[in-house]
Design a protein around this ligand. Structure first.
Ligand SMILES: [Zn+2]
Ligand SMILES: [Zn+2]
Length: 327
């Protein structure tokens, strides 16, 4: 149904609202309150994106401010300063308002073309969302891996992707710190999966999209957090990338191009340096079992410095280096 602001929009006349769950009632109340589905979907999408993005990034700012957590920081010597986090926030907000907001607005007409349900109830069940979301994750990962490698090609790197590589030790807020073109290119992989899925199945609700985008934002922000906890997802699900995998991409520059999973990098051999580094680190740790903590930390710092120096050389070879040393 298309919106018409001049007439009363009442798509729920045939719906028994008392039979709906609490969440479905809120969903319906929002669409009735706004009274225009394009506006309602656009506003909700933007508010959802901002709430999830900053809601997930703020805990990482707090973690960065508490020295206790440094023991799990991947590049322990590089803690982002409040000033760097503020600069990053301003840039992210700018691109959210200038680029993502107009794009989100365009999404509702696109959703209608592909037949994505928006205001309709009932909402899909958890079980119904599982298969599409698994497919979206795999599809996005392959798209991201391919596009990310392309963004490391000289001209694209120099003009677009270089901004995202400003931080060799990333932090949560930096997940979407990128050139607007990069946000659009990589964001396309997040949106194209659901659109294609709906094109073929004619069965997708916007709510599933929101859950998917929420999980995808959590994944992106956590991957940039710079922390690897013993309880981090990659220790439970071995093919999950997580921060440990992506932090290495920022540090070494030439490996680990995927987002959610380790498969693509493993299959195409773009994790060779990463795996060699992990092997060297494990070996050195075994050999230094009886050494003091300071000596082991020193050894790890040395290995990291070697990898980073190599990364800086590789980056300089691709584009003019703008790598900012975080402390
Ligand atoms: Zn990159
Ligand atoms: Zn990154």
């Amino acid at each position: 149904m298309s919106a018409n602001a001049t007439t009363t929009w009442s798509p729920y006349d045939q719906t028994d609202l008392t039979q709906l769950s609490w969440l479905e009632q809120q969903w319906v109340a929002w669409y009735i309150f706004i009274g225009n589905p394009i506006l309602a979907t656009g506003l909700m999408s933007f508010i959802m994106h901002e709430t999830v993005y900053f809601g997930r990034a703020i805990p990482w700012i707090i973690v960065d401010a508490i020295p206790y957590f440094r023991r799990w920081k991947l590049q322990a010597a590089k803690i982002p300063t409040p000033q760097e986090q503020w600069e990053c926030t301003k840039q992210v907000l700018y691109s959210h308002f200038m680029i993502e907001l107009p794009l989100i607005w365009l999404f509702h007409p696109l959703a209608e073309v592909f037949g994505i349900r928006t205001y309709e109830v009932p909402l899909p069940s958890f079980k119904e969302m599982l298969l599409p979301m698994a497919l979206f994750f795999v599809f996005e990962d392959i798209c991201h891996y391919t596009a990310h490698q392309a963004l490391h090609w000289g001209p694209l790197y120099k003009h677009i992707h270089k901004i995202h590589h400003k931080y060799s030790a990333p932090f949560g807020l930096a997940a979407e710190y990128a050139h607007p073109a990069e946000v659009a290119i990589l964001g396309a992989g997040t949106i194209a999966g659901p659109l294609l899925y709906c094109y073929f199945t004619r069965d997708l609700h916007m709510f599933t999209m929101y859950v998917w985008i929420t999980l995808r934002l959590f994944q992106a922000i956590d991957a940039h957090s710079g922390y690897d906890f013993p309880w981090s997802l990659q220790h439970i699900v071995p093919f999950w990338s997580g921060a440990e995998h992506h932090d290495f991409h920022h540090m070494a520059f030439t490996n680990n191009f995927s987002t959610s999973f380790r498969w693509c990098d493993r299959i195409f051999g773009t994790d060779d340096k990463y795996r060699a580094y992990r092997a060297r680190l494990q070996k050195a740790k075994r050999e230094m079992k009886n050494a003091s903590k300071e000596q082991r930390d020193e050894m790890e710092r040395k290995l990291m410095a070697e990898v980073e120096a190599e990364g800086i050389r590789a980056e300089a070879a691709v584009g003019q280096s703008v790598k900012t040393k975080v402390q």
